[in-house]
Design a protein around this ligand. Structure first.
Ligand code: MD3
Ligand code: FE
Length: 217
């Protein structure tokens, strides 16, 4: 009680919630920059359009994806990987706008990961019904670096499990402007997103967009 009362006395301190060891939720951290973020995402997707990729098992993902940065995450029948070239356009991915890079770096620093230098940003687009099954993120070379995620648009139920797929998962609601930093022991936790509930968001309509900033190489 006392801790809660005094935690955010400093008006400039973000509202933080520790979800697990190494996982810090910064509620509303991206809100002050929401309009610039949406404009930056629109500029990226004009160059590299959202597409629903195929898993190595041949299933088409319900989430549409694109990337910016030096490398982007891709999946097709041959596997998952980071690639400097967008397979749809044959061109390099759009570069990561400083606005996005700075936001990720600042959030990581708030969570105790000073010096985070992402080289990849995966942009996920959920429409009602789209989901992401439980998985681990293990295609990155440097597991010492955290992943920073930024949620925009419709709220989602995020599932956060443990180091084993069978570990019971906890549910969190991630809303527009929420930023989560996943590092340390949380970095290899199983996680996923429940099917997106329909709704209408003032800025993004019937969509949820999630950015994940990574150090892939
Ligand atoms: C916990 N994206 O792109 S973001 C993904 O909302 C992904 O689109 C989800 O999982 C989304 O791989 C979840 C939150 C997140 C991202 C990476 C993590 C949580 C994580 C890596 C390790 C542990
Ligand atoms: Fe993931």
């Amino acid at each position: 009680m006392t801790a809660d009362l005094f935690e955010n006395l400093d008006a400039s301190a973000p509202i933080r919630e520790q979800l697990a060891v190494g996982a810090v939720l910064l509620r509303g951290f991206a809100r002050p920059r929401q309009h610039e973020l949406v404009a930056a995402i629109q500029a990226i997707t004009a160059q590299a359009t959202f597409r629903r990729m195929f898993t190595p098992g041949g299933h088409q993902m319900s989430v549409a994806m694109t990337n910016c940065g030096e490398v982007g995450w891709v999946t097709d029948r041959s596997g998952y990987r980071y690639d400097a070239i967008d397979p749809d356009s044959g061109r390099p991915w759009p570069s990561m706008p400083p606005l996005l890079r700075d936001l990720a770096e600042q959030a990581a620093a708030e969570a105790g990961f000073a010096g985070f230098a992402p080289d990849a940003c995966l942009i996920n687009c959920y429409e009602p019904g789209a989901k992401m099954s439980l998985h681990q993120d293990r295609d990155e070379r440097n597991m010492g670096a955290p992943i920073v995620s930024v949620s925009l648009g419709l709220p989602a139920t995020f599932l956060f499990g443990g180091p084993k797929r069978s570990d019971k998962s906890q549910r969190y609601r991630l809303e527009h402007g929420d930023v989560v930093v996943w590092g340390g022991p949380a970095r290899l936790a199983f996680h996923g997103v429940a099917p997106l509930a329909d709704g209408e968001h003032g800025l993004l309509g019937r969509k949820r967009i999630n950015l994940t900033f990574r150090r892939a190489r």
